[in-house]
Design a protein around this ligand. Structure first.
Ligand code: BG6
Length: 464
């Protein structure tokens, strides 16, 4: 019975990608290897060497985004294109690539929204200990300073570290440094938080007109039942998964529930003198967050502790005495098994806004599926349209609730390689003609969702 508030006139409709998943050209243009280039990939899945070959197709790709009417494009810069070994010489060819990309976007009046680091730590830094090594903080701050100097005249919106919380929960897989214990993982986390704070400060110092914020994956966590123990389990997991990262970005301090959880697990990070001040010295101007689904937890009784506890902890899925993740039970799933919860997006946006009262932007949301290319070159991805429509409705409801939401960037603008499931799991509005092991012609084709989203943007969200 609510009268819906319209989307603001300057609402930033767009889409999202990340460098290692879209660019390809993994060893061209002076680029150094990142942890994504050196990691072991399962034999049935594509590596990231060619990806969507955006490095060579960026003009055509930007033209496609412009045709859809994109107001913004959220992409990431590959650290190893700018500084191939992480902390040494600057690679002018890498700078040139992003200069070209940014200029191409601006030519089409598309606002660049830049993530500085999306899962692709320079391999050379990983060899030196990755985020376990405090020297990585210095390397990151220097790298970001270069970005601010070279692109800050044109880029007004910056994001720091993509899904730091998911990297920590999946412990070590993509952050480098080979963290094995929870304590070590949260030590790495602490270093990343220090790095983020320093970079946010640096951005404010160098670019007073720019805005910068974090890039976590925030999903509301439901209790499995109304048993107070389940509710407490959800409270703790919400703190550990979500609020730890946002309290830090917004207030510069550790969330108390998350800290108590770390203490109970002997996993509090060691602090050096000055760390607390550093954490407070650079704070976010806005909150960008990625949302795919909600989560559900129940209380995990201590007496049920098993041998797999260490493994559970590493996946962030269960910690005896606190919580373990379970299926929701009533939600539909994608064909890749991800729960679909559009209402959860409204709930999440309200949770965030009522805690922090900062402007929000959704920087990822979408459906991964196996698209079929028909003989006449069509892709009928109705399932993707349905997913996005349902979520956009909830975005509008959140706006109606009074949440200051200034943009929506589904994952992904065009097809790219999934983090773990290769090219068979697609997210884009634009189909890229290749499969996991056959590069075909890499041509770009408009999916049904392309035309649908174009109309959504043209009508500022009225035609869903
Ligand atoms: C987010 C990441 O976690 O989810 C993206 O920021 C990722 O990099 C996206 O691609 C979808 O996940 P997946 O595993 O299906 O690629």
């Amino acid at each position: 019975h609510q009268t819906l508030r319209p989307f603001p006139n300057d609402f930033l409709w767009g889409g999202s990608t990340s460098a290692y998943q879209i660019e390809g050209a993994w060893n061209e243009g002076g680029k150094g290897p990142s942890v994504q280039d050196t990691k072991t990939i399962p034999s049935d899945t594509s590596d990231f060497k060619v990806a969507a070959d955006h490095y060579h197709h960026y003009k055509e790709d930007v033209a496609m985004l412009a045709e859809m009417g994109f107001k913004t494009y959220r992409f990431s810069i590959a650290w190893t294109r700018i500084v191939p070994d992480g902390d040494g010489e600057v690679n002018e060819e890498g700078i040139q690539f992003y200069d070209n990309l940014i200029n191409e976007l601006l030519k089409h009046r598309i606002e660049p929204l830049v993530t500085v680091y999306h899962f692709d730590l320079p391999a050379a830094l990983e060899e030196k200990g990755g985020w376990s090594n405090r020297a990585t903080i210095e390397a990151f701050v220097r790298y970001c300073g270069i970005l601010f100097d070279r692109f800050g005249d044109r880029v007004k919106f910056w994001q720091t570290i993509n899904e730091q919380n998911m990297m920590i929960l999946s412990a070590g897989a993509v952050i480098g440094g080979g963290a094995t214990t929870m304590k070590e993982t949260y030590q790495q986390n602490h270093h990343m938080l220090l790095a983020q704070a320093r970079v946010m400060k640096e951005c404010h110092d160098k670019l007073p007109d720019a805005k910068i914020g974090p890039a976590p994956n925030i999903s509301t966590i439901y209790p499995k039942t109304n048993d107070p123990l389940d509710i407490q389990a959800a409270q703790t997991f919400n703190a550990v998964r979500n609020w730890l990262y946002l309290d830090m970005a917004v207030y510069g301090r550790y969330n108390n529930v998350a800290w108590a959880f770390l203490e109970a697990n002997n996993a509090t990070p060691d602090m050096e003198p000055g760390d607390e001040e550093t954490l407070k010295s650079g704070l976010a101007d806005f909150i960008a967050f990625n949302y795919y689904s909600s989560g559900t937890v129940e209380y995990y009784p201590l007496e049920e502790e098993t041998d797999s506890v260490e493994a559970d902890q590493q996946k962030g899925q269960g910690v005896p005495g606190f919580f373990r993740q379970v299926e929701h039970g009533a939600l539909d799933k994608t064909e890749f098994g991800w729960e679909i919860d559009p209402e959860g997006l409204r709930i999440t946006a309200n949770d965030i806004y009522s805690r922090y009262a900062l402007p929000l932007v959704i920087t990822e949301n979408g459906l991964g599926g196996r698209d079929t290319l028909t003989e006449d070159g069509k892709i009928h991805d109705t399932y993707r349209i349905n997913y996005l429509r349902d979520h956009i409705k909830q975005v509008q409801l959140a706006i109606t609730d009074g949440v200051e939401l200034f943009g929506y960037c589904p994952w992904s603008a065009i097809d790219l390689i999934s983090t773990h499931e290769g090219f068979r799991k697609r997210y884009g509005f634009v189909y890229v003609n290749r499969s996991d092991f056959d590069l075909k012609d890499l041509s770009r084709l408009r999916k049904d969702s392309f035309y649908w989203y174009k109309d959504v943007i043209a009508s500022n969200g009225e035609n869903l």
